[in-house]
Design a protein around this ligand. Structure first.
Ligand code: MN
Length: 284
């Protein structure tokens, strides 16, 4: 079994556009290829928002070289991009956007949510693309909650939503460029479950809420990221409180990471090219 390698934690919240409470859980700037193929995870909220009279969110901005995965837990986001894709992402839904060669998009509160206000919480995860796919055609997958299978764990201890990859023989709806599992797990206190991963795979556990324990002694509070060892296969998670966590695992992409702001490529030259192309309006 894989064991806990280390716990990574950031406690600083900052603002992104009009999203006022964003926790940068991890990024490639800090952890590089240790967490490959994952690049960055932001946890927005949970917070109570008042009704808004104006359109709010993050206005038009570009991306190149990777994919953004938006998981909405509470509230509603509206997406629009330069390829003509868009839609409403509500509670339980996931949006998987492949920026690849380039896209310009905006992420704002939906009109209905803006008018009523209320609880808001979402995760945005960035997933790297292998060099061969970084300049391929952009794509968009809308994964609504009814398309995401929920698997009940034995003895009523919890449930697992399979967003991407596999769990206990059930497949998630996301089409991915490399082998990835993204599982959204809820488990009652005092239970444990084993998750599959191959030897050599990256395996991460992000604790959205609750309290976990690894290897019978290592405790982790909410907003912590557990990075499991590469060696051995599979790993187990024990709950010390009712817990909600994300499992991110998969095959690492062992290629250089060169990222600046909204672009993640393999070299400095490719980043300069991305800024140049963006300036010339070639990403949208
Ligand atoms: Mn974006």
């Amino acid at each position: 079994m894989k064991t806990l390698a280390f716990i990574h934690r950031n406690d600083t919240h900052f603002a992104v556009g009009d999203f006022a409470h964003v926790l940068s859980v991890f990024s490639h700037y800090e952890l590089g290829n240790t967490i490959s193929p994952f690049l960055l995870l932001d946890h927005i909220g949970p917070e109570q928002l008042q009704p808004m009279s104006q359109r709010k969110g993050v206005s038009d901005h570009p991306h190149r070289g990777f994919e953004t995965v938006t998981i909405v837990y509470k509230g509603e986001i509206e997406h629009k991009d330069s390829k003509g894709s868009g839609g409403i992402i509500g509670a339980g839904d996931v949006q998987w956007m492949t920026a690849a060669a380039g896209i310009v998009h905006q992420e704002v509160f939906s009109k209905a949510f803006r008018e009523r206000g209320g609880a808001f919480e979402m995760i945005q995860l960035w997933v790297n693309l292998p060099a061969r796919d970084k300049l391929s055609a952009p794509g968009y997958q809308s994964l609504t909650s009814d398309q995401i299978p929920t698997i009940e764990l034995p003895n009523g201890i919890g449930s697992v939503r399979v967003i991407a990859g596999q769990f206990n023989g059930q497949s998630g709806p996301a089409k991915t460029h490399t082998r990835i599992n993204i599982l959204d797990v809820k488990m009652r206190s005092g239970q444990s479950a084993t998750f599959n991963a191959e030897a050599g795979d990256t395996a991460l556990v992000y604790l959205v809420s609750g309290r976990l324990q690894f290897d019978k002694t290592e405790k982790m509070e909410d907003a912590g990221l557990a990075v499991m060892s590469s060696n051995e296969s599979d790993f187990s998670v024990e709950t010390l409180g009712d817990s909600h966590f994300l499992i991110l695992s998969g095959e690492p992409i062992n290629e250089p990471i060169f990222g600046r702001g909204p672009f993640i490529m393999n070299s400095y030259e490719e980043i300069l090219q991305a800024f140049e192309d963006s300036k010339n309006g070639e990403l949208g």
